[in-house]
Design a protein around this ligand. Sequence first.
Ligand SMILES: Cc1cc(C)cc(S(N)(=O)=O)c1
Ligand SMILES: [Zn+2]
Length: 265
Amino acid sequence: MAPWGYSKENGPATWHKDCPIANTGVRQSPIDLITTGQTCAKYDSNLKPVIVSYPAFSEATFLNNGHSVQFQPSAGNLSELSGGPLTKKYKFEQFHFHWGNNDSEGSEHRVNGKMYPAELHLVHWNSESPNFSSFQEAVGSNDPHALCVLGFFLKVGAENASLKPITDLLSKVKNAGSSVSFPGKFDLKAVLPETLTDYYTYDGSLTTPPLAECVKWIVFKEPIEVSTAQMEAFRAVDDGHGKPITGNYRPPCPLHTRTVAASFK
Ligand SMILES: Cc1cc(C)cc(S(N)(=O)=O)c1
Ligand SMILES: [Zn+2]
């Protein structure tokens, strides 16, 4: 399989060659979250706040896999997700980022066509399904809600002290394929907005190959602020071909017959 990426030769427009679902799928991600007009997100008063239980991680690996940087705690982590549109409890697997090479692009989801400079994805898998008992099995399960990914937009503003331990580590994983064990504890809860009440939610897919259509997406309205220096740190990470990763985001996909629900008016 030609290694996929984000360049002209191996980027999103070519992924269908190894992953036909890229073009034939009817619930692909990301999407443009439209807030007015015909296909707009519809307010659902039944949608509850999202509940996360993220005890500080004490052991984790921080990896540059050539198309993103990923924070993966050791198997014993007990972090969980529930509430929101979910009927089951989900286990935390990893988080990673998507970003652009300037502040006007970089997020995968868009809001009325607007892109943010970056997007944080917190990946979880359904730990109460009878059909699988690990993250890897969940991804391959064909279950429409095997995974739940929380998406947070990043915007440029004040330095984010909670994300500083992560952005300060980016220079240590500059080379693709490099990883470091995360020094000390990391408090992910401190990175997130206080209240997880206002979000969009819809059924979608992984946004990179294999593009499996197994994700319940929850994208929060309120962006997280990071400084310009923190954004620049992402843009200095290499893709393994001697170039910085400067645009690891997939363009929006057709909504088809899907509807997007909003937990807020
Ligand atoms: C390939 C892949 C794996 C995982 C766990 C998550 C994603 S994403 N960007 O949809 O959150 C992609
Ligand atoms: Zn992602």
